[in-house]
Design a protein around this ligand. Sequence first.
Ligand code: KIV
Length: 343
Amino acid sequence: MNSTAIKNRLVEFGESKNRTENFLSAPQISWRSSLKGCNAVNLSFRERKAGGEKFAMLTAYDYPMARLLDESGVDLVLVGDSLGMVVLGYPDTTSVTMEHMVHHCRAVVRGAKSAFVVADLPIGSVDTPEVAVQNAMRLYEAGAHGVKLEGGVTRCREIAAIVEAGIPVMGHIGMLPQRVLVEGGYKIKGKTPIEAAQLCADAVAVEKAGAFAVVMELVRHEVAHEITTTITIPTIGIGSGPDCDGQVLVIHDLVGLFPWFTPKFATPHAHVAVAIRKAVQTFVRDAKAAGEAYSTKSHDQSLPLEKSPLPEISSLESRKTQSPGRGNLNSVQGQIEPEASNR
Ligand code: KIV
């Protein structure tokens, strides 16, 4: 189904044309939560799955990364609580708070103009349906289009309550990083028939509770395949094989920005940490060399000001308009996109 057909369908579904345009094309404009809006999101994701569409989701935690992902065509941007590990330097996600999530969500929303922004509800933020709704509302008011929460059968009441409050929910089943301390590690799920049956029950429960999609983390590939063909909402896999309806990765794992650890299932397609180290080493070397050159050439700082080796301000002014090179403010400004310079 093409985007015009989806928009028409959503308008039929009861949304005003403007509101529909907003959530399809301008996520940074906030709108009030409504059950109709939430149902429309659910419907559009189901229909996209039914039409055979595959989904690309990546994490972002700040404005520039969100903008880069958005400009590169991702469908969904996840403000994941992996934030705790790859940005804040904690060993796992169990120290992430609502304050962290709201703060980073706001930055991401400013950068994502077309993608659907989902923000994670961190550990301890969904303990009861009431608390879950309050916290989901905070992320929604920060500009997220939907929220994600970990848990299947055991979190159905919270998912249903958030959906009832008009906020789209993405489920998250399989390995649940917020339970890493309880489980003693990141373990593949679905290895035994009992675990596989539990995962299927979780997926069906999340769908029935009203989620628009579900992340499956570290689920055995055959089980992920089985679930994907059973439920009607998109499954978004991470380390769960190729048969899910979409794939999600932590952006740092995709671009090699967290070189100290890369999960086995992630193949970096760039080595940004290597490029950063190289650039920084060059800068450090140049800064030190320049410092040395300066201190040997012009150690005579005691000269009176009128005999200073620095050029006169007036000659700098004339260079500003003549030279096309670096240091010429006009030429540098000319290289900045008009839109980007408008910060
Ligand atoms: O927090 C996160 O980044 C996630 C993904 C790994 C799915 O939940």
